[in-house]
Design a protein around this ligand. Structure first.
Ligand SMILES: NC(=O)c1ccc[n+]([C@@H]2O[C@H](COP(=O)([O-])OP(=O)(O)OC[C@H]3O[C@@H](n4cnc5c(N)ncnc54)[C@H](OP(=O)(O)O)[C@@H]3O)[C@@H](O)[C@H]2O)c1
Length: 401
């Protein structure tokens, strides 16, 4: 384990996204404790350019060379003096380089999808302290990433609010005294929509999440409850649970993020504002706690909290996620790949909302699970699963047309 100097040098993978910008906000408010070493992003060069000017990273990595050229134009046009420019890099190797650089104490893994997998895995292997928002990392390659964490002795600090909540609840007792982990779900925008109406749901309606503001993929995944399924898988890896010991409870107010039931029947809950800066700051400052980054909950107000069991019939992706975790091997990797393809097809208007689950189920049936022995294997299974899922989507789009 690394012991931290007063100022932590931070690399943010996915700095232009929802988690990335919230992480920069936490750093902005704690400028005496954190410094940005590197920023990695995909293609939003305008936002990245303004982040470079404000946070003065030493290195920047973007997805491709062509995007790098656009970033150069943005920096030049902004008048930012060239002597102050960071080292500009691109591609998968560049993402690995910024997450493993010896100067870096903390890596925030917040790229969406498997594009962030290799850089996250390599950072874990080198024992970097790591805030994990990119849940696809554990969904696709949980076995390899957790083995790397055990070997390097680093602890993955969950940023997903439910896992962050669980991490806090698990500090209340011994692991052997834990009976069950309970993850809450808002239920998404279609919690009260009858199942037969889901076929008419538009991308705009599905992107309108009731309680959280997030990137488009996770917002659709929240509407289908796929996101909750990914979280079940992520929790099993992070905290060494079997899927049968993780329960999902619909809690529309999203104020309780997770609960842990101990053997004596006591249930410890983690409660906080629905703002990702809470778990981000927890991960950055762990094991210390800092002043709240957002307004505290007001206990002088009357509150009403509801809890419901999830509807596995209406949201079959949640059932498929439990099944994939129980099947083991690469089933969860295929689940993630197929879902990403299906979500893209839904957002492009090619398939209906219920077809997202159908595409995922059909892809899972066609790809036999196997054990991946390297990240390269995982990426190959991901590629094959996507290809099959695309074929399924095209057939369905043809049927729809
Ligand atoms: N948002 C939340 O509240 C939340 C909560 C819990 C967990 N998470 C998880 O955190 C991750 C990020 O979510 P988000 O909501 O922040 O997503 P988002 O807003 O869509 O941001 C995704 C980030 O990934 C970057 N990116 C995409 N492809 C890339 C590539 N090939 N190379 C480098 N960077 C790439 C994007 O860059 P450009 O935009 O520049 O293209 C962007 O910075 C996801 O795994 C999500 O499930 C999010």
């Amino acid at each position: 384990m690394i012991s931290f100097p007063w100022v932590k040098e931070v690399t943010i993978l996915g700095s232009t996204g929802s988690i990335g910008t919230s992480t920069l906000d936490v750093i902005r408010r704690n400028a005496d404790r954190f410094q940005v070493f590197a920023l990695a992003a995909g293609r939003n060069v305008e936002l990245l350019g303004s982040q470079v000017r404000e946070f003065r990273p030493k290195v920047v990595a973007v997805a491709t060379n062509e995007i790098l050229e656009r970033l150069v134009d943005v920096l030049r046009d902004s008048g930012f003096p060239k002597v102050e420019w960071p080292v500009l890099t691109s591609g998968a190797a560049a993402r690995v380089a910024v997450s493993t650089a010896p100067e870096v104490h903390f890596v925030m893994s917040a790229i969406v999808g498997v594009s962030g997998l290799e850089a996250t895995y390599e950072a874990v292997k080198r024992g970097k302290a790591l805030g994990l928002a990119n849940k696809e990392v554990l969904v696709a390659a949980g076995n390899l990433v957790m083995r790397a964490a055990r070997e390097s002795g680093t602890e993955l600090l969950p940023v997903d609010s439910e896992h962050n909540g669980a991490h806090q609840c698990l500090r209340a007792g011994l692991r052997k005294e834990v009976r069950k982990l309970i993850l809450t779900a808002s239920g998404g925008p279609f919690r009260n929509t009858p199942k037969e109406m889901l076929a008419t749901v538009t991308p705009a309606q599905a992107l309108n999440h009731p309680t959280w503001k997030m990137g488009p993929r996770i917002t659709i995944d929240s509407a289908t409850l796929m996101n909750k399924g990914f979280e079940v898988i992520e929790a099993c890896w992070l905290f060494d649970f079997e899927a049968k010991d993780v329960e999902v409870v619909v809690h529309p107010q999203s104020t309780i993020h997770a609960m842990v039931e101990y053997t004596d029947g006591s249930v410890i809950a983690q409660i906080s504002a629905t703002d990702m800066r809470m778990p981000i700051q927890y991960a950055l400052t762990y094991p210390e706690r800092q002043e709240a980054p957002v307004p505290r909950l007001n206990w002088g107000e009357t509150r009403h909290w509801e809890f419901h069991p999830p509807d596995f019939e209406k949201f079959p992706l949640l059932r498929l996620a439990f099944g994939a975790m129980q099947s083991g091997g690469s089933a969860a990797c295929t689940l993630n790949a197929a879902d990403e393809v299906a979500v893209e097809a839904f957002l492009a208007g090619e398939i209906s909302f219920p077809a997202i689950a159908e595409v995922v189920e059909e892809t899972l049936e066609q790809v036999s699970p196997r054990e991946a022995s390297s990240i390269g294997d995982v990426l190959e299974i991901d590629r094959q699963s996507r290809e099959i899922a695309r074929g399924v989507c095209h057939r369905r789009a043809g049927v729809k047309a």
